[in-house]
Ligand binder design. Structure first.
Ligand SMILES: *Cc1c(COP(=O)(O)O)cnc(C)c1O
Length: 396
């Protein structure tokens, strides 16, 4: 008999789609993969050089479990300059990616049966990580008219005496939506009123377009600062997904527990990658601007083209690198004799019939939607959207 808890954990469907598309490519099939969950740019050279130097200098041993002081200090400076947040280095815990940081957070704050409010659509790992920490995910789905964002009345309706925390992910994966200052203010007051932790996943903070700005909920007052755990990392902003460096900023109490937990689970994050992350945070920020410009161009192109296609509905994404498309108008229709009954059906047909990989969003709590990433080249975006358009012409 294997573990009951382990058996309840769903595999990551985004990684599964990506793997299937990559396998088709290996088999010589010309697939356009919109499943990517990572920037398609190379890690900037100055960051790679810092890592090479770390190896040459022999910086290849265990570091303190929660990370090296120099990186913690660089993170404190970043939080001060970018987010107006003041932290000391003993409030920072560096982990093996922001995903690992989140895992530590739930291990540190949850007792069995405690609930975590997760606004939908949500990044698929949140609910599974809460379950792994013996907590209960409580999914709150926005009303259609509220642009994929939850509102206060819904949160008030979801809260119970067992609610321990709420997760905020702005900009959001998969929706690309941002919570604005006034909306965050309301959520902050809600969290303080009910004595909740706020887990604020700000991993896409640097990928915000137009004249929108990022606001960290922790910056909205002392009360909310004390109960927020800011989660961030270098993966998405600096195109460093494979290096595995994420971090949290929190109260000393929470940081201490997370550090203790991590010290037994994994010990320190990779020493070489920590040096690379220092270079990312303290070095030139121009490469980031170049990536953001490219993402923005693709975002606008994709939004405009999909908006013009029949059956598909979407909101303009404001951040991250995804478009989140309502495909429910296709349900009940068919293509080449196959009926589309769900987003999963559609994703399968797109892959089989026109070799386009998209992510069906059942696991993001949105069975009416698919997610397409624009972290792929403009050439591939064009080709993929041409195929999608051709597919839709055959719908009857
Ligand atoms: C990619 C992603 C993360 C995790 O990033 P790491 O590579 O583990 O640092 C966390 N949250 C969201 C919403 C993401 O999309």
């Amino acid at each position: 008999m294997l573990s009951n808890k382990g058996s309840q954990i769903r595999p990551s469907s985004t990684l599964a789609i990506d793997a299937k598309a990559k396998q088709m490519q290996v088999d010589g099939i010309d697939v356009v993969g919109f499943g990517a969950g990572e920037p398609d740019f190379d890690t900037p050279d100055h960051i790679k050089e810092a890592a090479i130097k770390a190896i040459e200098e022999g910086f290849t041993k265990y570091t303190p479990a929660s990370g090296v002081l120099q990186l913690k200090e660089a993170i404190c400076r970043k939080l001060e300059e970018d987010n107006g947040l003041h932290y000391e280095s003993d409030q920072i815990v560096i982990s093996n990616g922001a995903k690992h940081s989140l895992m530590n957070v739930f291990q540190a704050i949850l007792n069995p049966g405690e609930e975590v409010i997760i606004p939908a659509p949500y990044w698929i790992s949140y609910s599974e990580m809460v379950k792994m920490a013996d907590g209960i995910p409580v999914i709150v789905k926005p009303h259609k008219e509220n642009n994929l964002k939850v509102v206060l009345e819904q949160l008030e309706a979801a809260v119970t005496p067992r609610t321990k925390a709420i997760i905020i992910n702005s900009p959001s994966n998969p929706s690309g939506m941002l919570y604005h200052r006034e909306e965050l203010q309301e959520i902050a007051e809600f969290a303080v009123r009910h004595n909740l932790f706020v887990v604020s996943d700000e991993i896409y903070e640097k990928l915000i377009y137009g004249d929108e700005e990022h606001v960290s909920i922790a910056s909205l007052g002392q009360d909310i600062y004390e109960r927020t755990i800011v989660v961030n990392g270098v993966s998405k902003s600096y195109s460093m997904t494979g290096w595995r460096i994420g971090y949290t900023a929190s109260s000393r109490e929470v940081a201490k527990l997370m550090g203790n937990i991590q010290s037994h689970a994994t010990s320190n994050p990779n020493s070489i990658a920590q040096r690379a992350a220092i270079a990312a945070l303290t070095g030139p920020q121009e490469p980031l601007k170049v990536m953001k410009e490219a993402f923005n161009e693709r975002r606008i192109y994709m939004y405009n083209r999909i908006k013009a296609m029949p059956y598909l509905e979407l909101l303009e994404p404001k951040g991250a690198f995804y478009v989140f498309v309502d495909v429910s108008a296709l349900f009940g229709k068919s293509c080449r004799g196959e009926t589309i009954r769900s987003a999963a059906d559609l994703a399968r047909l797109l892959l089989e019939q026109v070799q386009v990989a998209v992510v069906p969003c059942e696991d993001f709590a949105y069975e009416t939607h698919i997610r397409l990433s624009y972290a792929i080249s403009m050439e591939n975006i064009r080709k993929g959207l041409d195929r999608l358009e051709a597919f839709l012409k055959e719908i009857e």
